[in-house]
Design a protein around this ligand. Structure first.
Ligand SMILES: [Zn+2]
Ligand SMILES: [Zn+2]
Length: 107
């Protein structure tokens, strides 16, 4: 059998959805996505959707609560972290998902 090789213009490649905390490509089944390492899932499959604890994983009802030590900037200011809100037992280095909010506000 003979083949003819044709030049084609580049196709669009849409990257696979990733966990916004650890960067791993998430698993997908039956309309839900989840990150096994962080023990969270997404019910809405859209860019920027917030995760919830993955109810199919043991221990996910228990938040991690470990707080990283406060960091003294040496300028009279110190950076204080709240406890980690990922489900207890999540994997990896202890990096908590954080965002900066103004004092006393939900931003
Ligand atoms: Zn993750
Ligand atoms: Zn944690």
């Amino acid at each position: 059998m003979e083949y003819e090789i044709e030049a084609t213009m580049p196709r669009l490649v849409i990257p696979a959805p990733e966990c916004g905390h650890c960067g791993e490509v998430v698993e997908y089944d039956d309309g839900a996505m989840w990150c096994g390492g962080c023990r969270v899932m997404w019910e809405q499959i859209e860019d920027g959707a917030l995760s919830i604890p993955d109810p199919d994983r043991e221990g996910t009802a228990v938040p991690c609560t470990i707080a990283p030590p406060a960091i003294d900037s040496g300028t009279g200011w110190s950076l204080v972290h709240g406890p980690c809100i990922l489900p207890s037992g999540h994997e990896g280095e202890h990096e908590c998902p954080m965002s900066r909010v103004p004092n006393g506000g939900d931003a």
